[in-house]
Design a protein around this ligand. Structure first.
Ligand code: IFM
Length: 453
């Protein structure tokens, strides 16, 4: 018998168990799946040929019309939660005029989820803006927040009785980085000053939206609402562990990218990039943290490269996705512990996923990340649910339809949904709340080796 087995004989059969009330499901956003979102800034941008291979979102996954079918599939896959976004540009096609038909559409969507026993988590801003709003400067406009607040108040008043979980903003850093620093997304700016300005403004956008949601719920006597925002997290390591500059850069990004944005929510104050001083209401404006995690970045010293640009420097020997992102589940474990220690709020994994043509790699990715989440939970981190990105292959922003993240594939001509084998394995996990010994042995052997060690 090997030393390993002598040390830990009972651990030969191993499974990863999650609590009974843990939420399981997937995440999507309106523009990426609905189709024909003709009133937003992305639609405009796409027509200018800005997307890879000059693709356009077009009919996307036709989810706007096929949502019932998609939810029925989710139900069959034992999902208990689904994250979706409301497309502001449908609701307010012209400034100040709210479209009743579109509001009624989203009510039907939410009622359908309810019928299927799937809890919605609703995002208010997921990268797209009404075109008229962008033309007025978007969130750089001194009145921008007020205009957004009006939309928030209206939508929460109309739909709040059907929603408990709200995400105010999706990935503020990713949005501002690509839109205002790297210029790859509308409005295509290259300004660090605007990047910081919008990023700071989005802090206030979140705080205002939080307060509005609470007020609307109070006024209507509705049950408690849970409000958070979804932040993208990246694990940063130095490319060369012996380089002092590399280590310093990795630490700096770790701080600027993963920690800084949360500081106001536990200190009530700004710091560094955002200036100094108190922020009104910040400490009372977060019920949970949405964690979006995909990859690790290996940093080396380079002046004024944006943080997300760093990923281009990653170590070539590591496992990659089709997006060229480095797979690193331990990063999620570290970030969950680090965030919870500071912020002390419940966490939802609001996005985690892989674009790959190899579905076995997808299953392995899910299993390994669930192991990382489970380890963090065993270390005391309060994690309430896991939402895989994404239910179906969809429109991946500047990369168009070239990044298959879905558990389900789609025929772009007929919109037929074609479940991949990962959807079956994930469905089994959602049904039982367990990653079985068989799954670990088959898809993530290294986890088992670690446990037996
Ligand atoms: O598709 C995006 C999503 O809109 C936001 N988070 C990352 C995903 C994959 O890139």
């Amino acid at each position: 018998m090997t030393k390993k087995h002598k040390q830990n004989p009972k651990r030969k059969h191993y499974e990863i168990k999650f609590p009974r009330n843990f939420y399981w499901g997937t995440s999507m956003s309106a523009h990426q799946v609905e189709g024909q979102n003709i009133f937003n800034d992305w639609w405009e941008w796409e027509q200018k040929g800005k997307i890879l291979n000059r693709q356009v979102s077009g009919d996307a996954c036709n989810h706007y019309n096929l949502y019932k079918k998609d939810f029925a599939m989710m139900k069959n896959m034992h999902h208990s939660m689904h994250r979706l976004s409301i497309e502001w540009s449908r609701i307010e096609q012209t400034e100040g005029q709210f479209n009743k038909r579109e509001i009624a559409h989203y009510r039907k969507v939410l009622l359908e989820l309810k019928k299927d026993g799937i809890k919605p988590m609703v995002t208010l801003f997921h990268f797209t803006l009404p075109y008229w709003f962008l033309e007025q400067g978007g969130f750089l406009n001194p009145n921008g927040r007020k205009i957004f607040n009006r939309y928030v108040r209206r939508i929460v008043t109309e739909l709040g009785d059907l929603v408990e979980y709200w995400i105010t903003i999706n990935e503020p850093y990713v949005y501002t980085n690509f839109s205002y620093w790297e210029g790859l997304w509308p409005p295509g700016e290259h300004s660090i000053i605007k990047f910081i300005k919008v990023l700071k403004e989005l802090l206030h956008v979140h705080i205002d939206a939080y307060q509005i949601i609470k007020e609307v719920y109070r006024n209507n006597g509705w049950r408690n609402s849970q409000v958070g925002f979804a932040k993208s997290f990246v694990w940063f390591d130095p490319q060369n562990k012996r380089s002092i500059m590399g280590r310093a850069v990795a630490r700096m990004y770790q701080y600027l990218y993963n920690k800084l944005y949360f500081k106001p929510f536990y200190t009530g104050r700004y710091s560094l990039l955002f200036g100094y001083g108190k922020i009104h209401n910040a400490k009372e404006s977060l019920d949970f943290v949405g964690v979006n995690y995909y990859f690790r970045c290996a940093c080396k010293f380079s002046v004024f490269k944006s943080p997300l640009h760093m990923r281009l420097h990653t170590d070539k020997t590591m496992e990659r996705t089709l997006f060229n992102w480095e797979v690193f589940p331990d990063g999620l474990y570290y970030l969950l512990k680090l965030t919870y220690r500071k912020v002390k709020k419940p966490i939802f994994i609001t996005e985690n996923g892989i674009s790959t043509l190899d579905d076995t790699q997808r299953i392995s990715y899910i299993v390994r990340h669930l192991d990382a989440i489970n380890r963090a939970m065993r270390d005391g981190v309060d994690i309430r649910g896991y939402l895989y990105w994404s239910f179906i292959d969809n429109f991946e922003w500047a990369e168009g339809y070239t990044q298959p993240f879905g558990l389900v594939a789609m025929n772009h001509r007929t919109f037929e949904r074609i479940p991949k084998s990962s959807s079956q394995v994930y469905s089994e996990i959602c049904k039982t709340g367990k990653v079985t010994d068989h799954m670990i042995s088959k898809y993530a052997k290294r986890i088992k080796d670690r446990i037996l060690r």
